[in-house]
Design a protein around this ligand. Structure first.
Ligand code: FAD
Length: 420
């Protein structure tokens, strides 16, 4: 069937932007506008749980994503541990989870996974046409009526579809929907990476690295999440604590390893011993977005943190960004210009409720400032089925069919969809 290749401009080349470019290039001509000139990710890690690894293994792999190049580590275990005596509050062996959801749980460094999404999206061997990446392109505003993106430099780009993937401060989203605010609940997170070898070779810390596990140290008001990444070279630590400071920027490197260690000095001795091996750290003020009533307007769709920034407590931020990218691929499959607004409304139906629920669940799971020394925690299990059982590819095809668009999922293993 003859289809039209639409022109798509994506504002922002982060994980959401490149995942979308990679998935859309088969059917459409894509341009990515990225404000920074280097376009590098921060040295922190990310987990892709089953709702996202399902997509990495199907549609994204079919489009060229290579998990080995992204230096993945596959989870063997998940443990929630008491902060002081390391008693096990919850333990999952991953075989059970993998067989229940049919997918593995993967950990990556953000740098590695971003680099691989970008490599695959810009590979001359990929599906469809080669996207164009414009660096140093700072988006100032989007004019939806004229389907135009204006840069700070005065340059402009016209497109059939415009995607806002420019992160939590989203200039594109602010210009289309009015000022999009973020909320803080007074929590921040130190982040650091420590060579796994160092941890293995130290008798005080080798308990943390005996297998590929996500460790959550649960305290009354503080929490640490640790897991390996970068083919096991590094262990990533996210150390969440109450932080009443007014921080001007969300990410600050004006903190010391000593400060981080002091904040967690009353945790089990393996924890301060591990943290003191870090050579550098940064602090991230945790902010999220109140759920938005809509993520689209005419030819414009908002995705990733721009649409639904959320705390790290459930590891769903990037997973939701990957779901957004897949939803866009399906709703725009076979689109002609006149059907774009209608199709993006279907994207809205698919995404608004889902991301609002994930934001709310993530808030429910956040640690809270308290003077109590008792651990009062809800286990990760509370909402995991809602996150992990979700199959966006099938959901998107179903909803498109309900709206009268003829398409079918040819092969769930590759995510291939055909127009029938
Ligand atoms: C402490 C912490 C831990 C986390 N852990 C996890 C986890 O385990 N699992 C998980 O799934 N998620 C996790 N997340 C969330 C995850 O990091 C984000 O959801 C994800 O990186 C969002 O990607 P994005 O592309 O939407 O936004 P960003 O990564 O912010 O990318 C936006 C891009 O747009 C560019 N940009 C910004 N403004 C402009 C402009 N005006 N013009 C052009 N370009 C612009 C930026 O330079 C950047 O490249 C965590 C987050 C935090 C804070």
């Amino acid at each position: 069937m003859a289809t039209t290749r639409l022109s798509v401009v994506i504002c922002g080349g982060g994980i959401a932007g490149f995942a979308t470019a990679l998935l859309l290039r088969e059917d459409h001509d894509v341009t990515i506008l990225e404000s920074s000139s280097l376009n590098e990710e921060l040295g922190a890690a990310i987990t892709f749980s089953m709702n996202a690894s399902r997509l990495l293994r199907s549609s994204l792999m079919r489009a060229g994503f290579d998990k080995a190049k992204a230096r993945y580590v596959e989870a063997e275990k998940f443990q929630e541990l008491h902060w002081q005596d390391l008693s096990v509050l919850l333990e999952w062996k991953m075989e059970g989870i993998t067989s229940k959801y049919g997918e593995p749980w993967w950990y990556f460094s953000r740098k590695d996974v971003h680099q691989e999404l970008k490599r695959a999206a810009l590979s001359p061997d990929g599906l469809g046409t080669l996207p164009q990446l414009v660096l140093g392109a700072h988006v100032e505003r989007v004019d939806v009526e004229n389907r135009t993106v204006f840069l700070k430099s005065g340059k402009s780009f016209q497109a059939d579809v415009i995607v806002g993937a420019d992160g939590i401060r989203s200039a594109s989203g602010n210009s289309v929907f009015g000022k999009l605010t973020t909320e803080t609940d007074g929590m921040s997170a130190y982040r650091c990476m420590i060579p796994s070898e160092k941890l293995k070779n130290n008798p005080e810390t080798n308990v943390l690295v005996d297998c590929a596990k996500v460790l959550m140290f649960i305290g009354p008001d503080r929490r640490i999440v640790a897991y390996p990444c970068s083919s096991w070279d590094l262990m990533n630590f996210v150390c969440i604590y109450p932080d009443p400071r007014e921080r001007k920027s969300q990410w600050s490197t004006k903190v010391t390893v000593e400060e981080m260690v002091a904040t967690f000095k009353d945790f089990h001795p393996s924890v301060p011993a591990a943290l003191s091996m870090a050579t550098e750290t940064g602090v991230w003020q945790l902010r999220d977005r109140n759920p938005l009533p809509t993520l689209v307007k005419d030819c414009f769709a908002l995705i990733g943190d721009a649409a639904h920034a959320m705390g790290p407590h459930q590891g769903q931020g990037s997973c939701q960004a990957i779901e957004d990218a897949e939803a866009l691929r399906i709703v725009l499959k076979g689109a002609i210009r006149d059907s774009i607004a209608e199709r993006l409304k279907i994207f809205d139906q698919l995404r608004v409720q889902r991301v609002a629920t994930v934001i709310q669940y993530t808030r429910n799971m956040a640690p809270k400032a308290t003077i109590s020394k008792e651990v009062n925690h809800k286990t990760t299990q509370t909402y995991s089925d809602y996150y992990w059982s979700y199959k966006i590819t099938q959901e998107a095809v179903n909803i498109m069919q309900k709206h009268g668009f003829a398409m079918k999922l040819v092969d769930a293993a590759t995510g291939e969809v055909s127009l029938v």
